[in-house]
Design a binder for this molecule. Structure first.
Ligand code: PEP
Ligand code: MN
Length: 234
């Protein structure tokens, strides 16, 4: 698949990201993900390693022949992202228009995650804040929306895949982890996403999910990621 993005929710240490990078590269991922600036719901939880984390991410990706992606939360962080291949805009920042306008002037791909309370049309307009600035390389990422259903963390809106395909020329990928909130649902949802026409997947992978500093419950072990790739295909 065009984008098989895998890695931890957050970069926690040099050792952690190196181990995960090696495992996901062996299983066939082409992009290593990992957050260094984490927009957490609570200000009292782990906020990410910042600049130091990005350095570990870039080095781990390079050592394993991968590209890397990380979330940028504010335009002032741009210099720190110099060696990061793909900039990610998180769900909570989908309508941070000042950030989007700045990313429209950059010469690298931007993953634009769908706001969990935003319609597809609002999402496509947000993407145009980037493309109209000159940067046409936007990858939309469906990651679940908030509904009345509470058996999953969010509701994965796979309708978004064919709808976006019919209304836009942009690539769209699916992140089943943040939608499900539980790793056990990730493989079936990944299959469904690819069947719906997704251009790729973003999967959270952690070498020790039980002790992850964020999103452990929805993170696959390297062995389960390998299983996902064998069942879904590369
Ligand atoms: C993430 O990718 O780790 C993340 C914070 O995702 P989202 O912005 O979709 O919540
Ligand atoms: Mn996460």
């Amino acid at each position: 698949m065009k984008y098989l993005i895998a890695g931890p929710c957050a970069i926690e240490s040099e050792k952690q990201i190196n181990e995960i990078a090696k495992e996901v590269a062996n299983s066939g991922a082409n992009v290593l993900r990992g957050g260094a600036f984490k927009p957490r719901t609570s200000p009292y939880t782990f906020q990410g390693l910042g600049e130091e984390g990005l350095k570990y991410l870039v080095a781990a990706a390079k050592a394993n022949g991968l590209k890397c992606a990380s979330e940028i939360t504010d335009a002032s962080e741009l210099p720190l992202f110099k060696d990061v291949d793909i900039l990610q805009v998180g769900s909570r920042n989908m309508q941070n228009f000042e950030l989007l306008k700045v990313l429209g002037k950059q010469d690298k791909p931007v993953i634009l995650k769908r706001g969990f309370a935003n319609t597809i049309s609002e999402w496509l307009f947000a993407a145009e804040y980037i493309t109209s600035g000159g940067n046409k390389n936007v990858i939309l990422c469906e990651r679940g929306i908030r509904t009345f259903e509470d058996s999953t963390r969010f509701t994965l809106d796979l309708s978004a895949v064919p709808v976006v395909k019919s209304k836009s020329n942009l690539d769209i990928i699916v992140d089943p982890c943040h939608a499900a909130g539980n790793w056990e649902y990730v493989i079936p949802l990944s299959k469904a996403a690819m069947a719906a026409g997704s251009d790729g997947l973003m999967i959270e992978v952690h070498n020790d999910p039980d002790h992850a500093l964020s999103d452990g419950a929805q993170s696959l072990t390297p062995a389960n990621f390998k299983k996902l790739v064998s069942e879904v295909g590369k």
